[in-house]
Design a protein around this ligand. Structure first.
Ligand code: F6P
Length: 357
């Protein structure tokens, strides 16, 4: 048997661990693995791919990025604007299918987030043998408790906060750290709690900057002259909308800039020296954490098992320390967001973190 693998959308720490898992498990079955380059684009004739043997994956487990390359643009982007779905054209699908048939690919493992798995679902509905593997640092996919890449991104946020802490204290400043996560606040909330942030502003919890300012003044009065604020890139300004950059990210609007806006307003409201810092793509690059490596390998192994069982149209899913699978449609088109009154938000509040609500 010959199977294909591609990763699509933004890169993410742990992608190479999935490739390692797929190639290792497939080799045990005597199967051959074809890795398509640059996401779905590698499927377009004449096909851009390489045969992946276990020797090709030696040492990749610890590497960030992906040895296959990826793109969140191109002929297969399934998302437009603020997450609306766009269909891939029939002509493009027919062209890509020719490559699949010529190579004799009997299962195609798609490692992707919401957008790429939406494309995967369309291909499955068109009769393709698709197996999905959830990938995103944003951790916003439904039907899986966790995606690989998230833990690495959170670890980078924590490292950033540890560093900001000392400079904020030395200068008695307010430091605002903008983090990724698109429309979900998972990275901000996990990173903020673990990194000792004093304020966390989320897309899911409407906030008032006056309340944040009062909180900072109160801290000052209590002798805490520095404050660490984490703001999710997808948080909305109280009197406005999302803050965006020009261009698009994977067909969707590019979020960014809210950190600067929040810092300016807080400086005006509190009178305190305030600086903004944007962590940006540092959260996506670099070596995956041990957790993301293990998740990646297990997800890859499960993807091969699903292919072996002919369980197409399904996505690997992580639930309560167990790796299983769900229909792809359960995972896409509905983002998994932070529950505003959930246990995690309550825990943040219980330790004195201000959410500005
Ligand atoms: O979905 C992952 C993610 O890193 C988001 O957190 C972020 O908004 C976006 O991708 C950035 O995309 P790009 O790499 O195209 O700037």
């Amino acid at each position: 048997m010959r199977i294909g693998i591609l990763n699509s959308g933004g890169d993410c720490p742990g992608l190479n661990a999935v490739i390692h898992g797929v190639v290792g498990a497939a080799d045990q079955l005597g199967w051959e693995v074809i890795g398509f380059r640059d996401g779905f684009e590698g499927l377009l004739p004449p096909g851009d791919y390489k045969v992946l043997k276990p020797k090709d994956t030696i040492g990749i487990l610890k590497m960030g990025g992906t040895i296959l390359g990826t793109t969140n643009k191109g002929h297969f982007a399934a998302k437009v604007g603020k997450g609306d779905v766009a269909e891939v054209s029939e002509m493009i699908i027919a062209k890509a299918k020719r490559t699949m048939d010529q190579l004799g690919i009997e299962a195609l493992v798609i490692v992707g987030g919401d957008g790429s798995l939406t494309t995967g679902l369309q291909l499955y509905r068109a009769g393709w043998p698709i197996v999905g593997v959830p990938k995103t640092i944003d951790n916003d996919l439904s039907a899986t408790a966790m995606t690989f890449g998230f833990d690495s991104a959170v670890t980078t946020v924590v490292d950033g906060l540890d560093r900001l802490h000392t400079t904020a204290e030395s200068h008695k400043r307010v430091m605002v750290l903008e983090v990724m996560g698109r429309h979900a606040g998972w990275i901000a909330l996990w990173g903020g709690i673990a990194g000792g942030a004093n304020v966390i502003l989320l897309p899911e919890v409407p906030f008032s900057l006056e309340k944040v300012s009062d909180f900072i003044k109160q801290r000052d009065a209590q002798g805490h002259h520095s404050t660490l604020v984490v703001v999710a890139e997808g948080a909305k300004l109280p009197d406005g909308d999302l803050v965006t950059l020009s261009g698009n990210a994977g067909g969707e609007i590019r979020l960014g800039g809210i950190g600067e806006c929040v810092a300016k307003r807080l400086e005006a409201l509190t009178g305190k020296d305030t600086r903004a810092c944007t962590l940006g793509h540092l959260q996506r690059g670099g070596a995956p954490t041990a957790l993301d490596r293990i998740l990646g390998v297990r997800f890859g192994v499960m993807a091969v098992k699903l292919a072996q069982e002919g369980a197409f149209g399904r996505m690997v899913s992580y639930q309560a320390y167990h790796v299983d699978s769900v229909p792809i449609e359960e995972a896409v088109n509905k983002l998994r967001l932070v529950e505003p009154d959930g246990e995690l938000v309550q825990a943040a509040k219980a330790v004195g973190i201000c959410l500005g609500d």
